[in-house]
Ligand binder design. Structure first.
Ligand code: AMP
Ligand code: ZN
Length: 139
């Protein structure tokens, strides 16, 4: 896609710190890293979000995530890695080319805000009804 910054990274029109590439995916370092080793995995074929992703590209990203999580553990020895992926402006997706964030967290790093939501018990009736709606919509 012509005006997509991540397509330009894949094509080499914009520089990046590449860490991995195969026939379907490209992975590189985020230039505004939340933590050292903050890595992005993207499909080479432009898709805006999870709804536009092919099953094959989703599988390729998942496989690359497993490989890169191993590499990050070996290289940086984090205590944990958060995998985060945003779909839509409403959840602050900024770059409209699907990307999975891998964010390594060291033991003494401050808590990652997106992993620290408070557990508040829900209304089981509402949860059940919503679950039924989703289950009925699975195709
Ligand atoms: P989001 O769409 O909110 O999931 O996040 C987009 C991410 O892309 C942000 O973490 C940015 O720092 C990152 N980003 C934007 N432009 C570049 C770039 N040219 N190279 C590497 N990372 C980028
Ligand atoms: Zn793109």
């Amino acid at each position: 896609m012509d005006d997509c910054i991540f397509c330009k990274i894949i094509n080499g029109e914009i520089p990046s710190v590449k860490v991995y590439e195969d026939d379907r995916v490209f992975a590189f370092e985020d230039i505004n890293p939340i933590r050292d080793g903050h890595t992005l995995i993207i499909p080479k074929s432009h898709a805006e979000n999870i709804w536009e992703m092919s099953a094959e590209d989703m599988a390729a990203v998942a496989k690359a995530a497993r490989k890169l999580a191993g590499a990050i553990r070996k290289a940086l020895d984090p205590a944990g890695i958060a995998c985060l992926q945003l779909n839509g402006r409403a959840v602050n997706q900024l770059v409209m080319h699907y990307h999975l964030h891998l964010i390594p967290q060291k033991e003494d790093d401050p808590e990652l805000t997106m992993t620290a939501w408070k557990l508040v018990a829900g209304d089981m009736d509402r949860i059940g009804k919503t679950g039924e709606k989703i289950a009925a919509a699975v195709s």
